[in-house]
Design a protein around this ligand. Structure first.
Ligand code: URA
Length: 234
């Protein structure tokens, strides 16, 4: 009996030394479903985008996905050199499976039209690809979870100009220390994987609908984009 007890103890010690006891004793949840490096895909641009979309569709245990009707991936021209990032799909986008088709999308179309751009001349996606319930802001955890996909998306499209609409897109790409009212209307060049696009932030069209007096600042940002596109031969 005593011998059995000792053998069990030795067995247990051997078992503990074989596994990572930091993990065993930690109460941090295992991030089994979280992709923390930017996924890299092979093939043509269309194939890479298809693979990325498939990968996003396979996300598990996601509150956003569970409550959404459709995956909202992107819209526009995949060969465009201007990419626009919003926050996340709303109710209309969730139904259509296409970003910026609701009221904010209509305003975005008008804003783009003012600098002679339309949906065929830009490429549009969001920080998260499923509609947050009740249109709430995605949580930091959700943003973190979708960020590797967003970065892959940007790398695949390879834009020369990246327009971040609103604080969620700004904070996801540039960092949490920036506020949109101060960061907007400034050019930054930043490495995203293997590419280094020119990045500018501006107000989200949904915010401009609530605060129309800020449209004059958004107009300054739009003109900066128009001028930069000219300089970059876009
Ligand atoms: N707001 C966003 O940020 N994205 C959309 O696709 C629609 C509204």
């Amino acid at each position: 009996m005593k011998k059995n007890l000792n053998q069990n103890l030795i067995g247990l010690i051997e078992y503990y030394s074989l596994i990572n006891n930091n993990l065993l004793l930690s109460d941090t949840p295992l991030k089994r479903n979280v992709e923390n490096s930017t996924p890299i895909f092979s093939g043509t641009k269309i194939q890479k985008l298809e693979k990325l979309k498939k990968k996003i569709s396979l996300i598990k245990n996601c509150e956003l996905k569970k409550n959404a009707k459709n995956l909202v991936f992107a819209d526009g021209n995949i060969n465009s050199k201007i990419m626009i990032i919003g926050e996340g799909p709303g109710a209309q986008e969730d139904i259509a499976g296409t970003p910026f088709v609701g009221r904010a999308g209509k305003l975005l179309n008008k804003m783009l039209g003012a600098i002679k751009l339309n949906r065929d001349k830009v490429y549009i996606s969001n920080v998260v690809n499923y509609r947050p319930p009740s249109n709430r802001r995605p949580t930091d955890k959700e943003i973190e979870r979708y960020l590797p996909y967003l970065k892959s998306h940007i790398e695949i499209i390879n834009p020369k100009i990246l327009l971040l609409l609103g604080s969620t897109a700004l904070n996801a790409i540039i960092g949490n220390e920036e506020v949109i009212s101060r960061a907007r209307g400034k050019w930054n060049q930043m490495e995203i994987g293997k590419i280094k696009p020119w990045i500018i932030a501006s107000f989200h069209p949904a915010f401009l609908m609530r605060q129309p007096e800020q449209k004059k600042l958004a107009w300054i940002d739009l003109k900066m984009i128009r001028d930069k596109a000219k300089i970059l031969n876009i």
